[in-house]
Design a protein around this ligand. Structure first.
Ligand code: ZN
Length: 265
């Protein structure tokens, strides 16, 4: 395996007609994929897809996204999904962007806590989602740090979008930072995020697409694909003055290290 898209959603309806074609193309290029669940149905689907490729680097993560608070977390149902293809619990976390009233925040925190416990019980790393409120009045990252602070847990802060100080808090807790195609966007306002990429040690970086969203340049505006993870790796290489090959090798090794208890690939 040359590269792995550590966070993608081929399990979502967007890809229902072409996920096999996409995976075949990824595997031909040496790209592994981890499909990430956002509720029970999409988690189940991620596992079904992974099961279609027993000997290939196609994996699943199961969990409920904070916007799925309308459903309860039924641990037993998720427990039944776990097999050797399930590498993590996620994406789980806090999402205050669209709605940040007190009740919603409390509900999200409860769902998050339940799933952190589930991950610990199953000795699985977590894939964290965080987004603060539009007006910056509620910071999701620091609430997440509070949630994981005292726990024996590792994982990745997916699609990392906060500053260096917060990045350091995750690094201190042993977490990895996941970067997406956002780092390739031309917006000037993203310079500070590119600084975080430079700041984060290469041995703590995972790369990802979050397809079908966040399509990297030069494909911005089209549907995202896991194959484009190479464009994210390319940008990391550029920002850190490394070769593409160095970034591919190291981030793949990082992924294997984080999930090594489960997989030799
Ligand atoms: Zn995602």
């Amino acid at each position: 395996m040359k590269l792995i898209d550590s966070h993608t959603h081929l399990n979502f309806p967007d890809f229902k007609d072409n996920y096999q074609k996409i995976i075949a193309d990824c595997l031909k290029k040496g790209i592994g994929v981890v499909n990430i669940g956002a509720d029970f149905e999409s988690s189940k689907r991620a596992v079904e897809i992974a099961n279609e490729y027993p000997d290939q680097p196609v994996y699943a993560s199961i969990g409920m996204h904070p916007e799925s608070i309308n459903e309860n977390f039924e641990a037993e149902k998720f427990q039944n999904l776990i097999n050797n293809k399930v590498v993590a619990v996620g994406e789980i976390g806090l999402e205050y962007y669209f709605d940040n009233n007190h009740d919603i925040i409390e509900k999200q925190k409860e769902l998050f806590k339940q799933q952190l416990n589930f991950a610990i019980e199953n000795n699985l790393p977590v894939i964290l989602h965080a987004r603060g409120s539009k007006d910056n009045s509620h910071g999701a990252y620091l609430d997440i740090v509070d949630g994981i602070n005292q726990l024996q847990i590792v994982g990745v802060a997916h699609c990392f979008g906060a500053n260096e100080k917060i990045a350091q808090k995750f690094l201190d807790l042993g977490f990895y930072l996941g970067f997406t195609g956002i780092i390739t966007f031309k917006n000037k306002s993203l310079e500070s995020l590119r600084e975080v990429v430079k700041y984060c040690p290469l041995d703590r970086i995972l790369i990802e697409t979050d397809a079908p969203w966040l399509t990297p340049e030069p494909h911005r505006g089209e549907q995202n694909l896991p194959q484009y993870v190479e464009l994210v790796a390319q940008k990391v290489a550029e920002l850190k003055s490394l070769t593409l090959e160095q970034v591919c090798q190291k981030t793949t090794k990082n992924w294997q290290q984080l999930f090594k208890k489960w997989h030799d690939i």
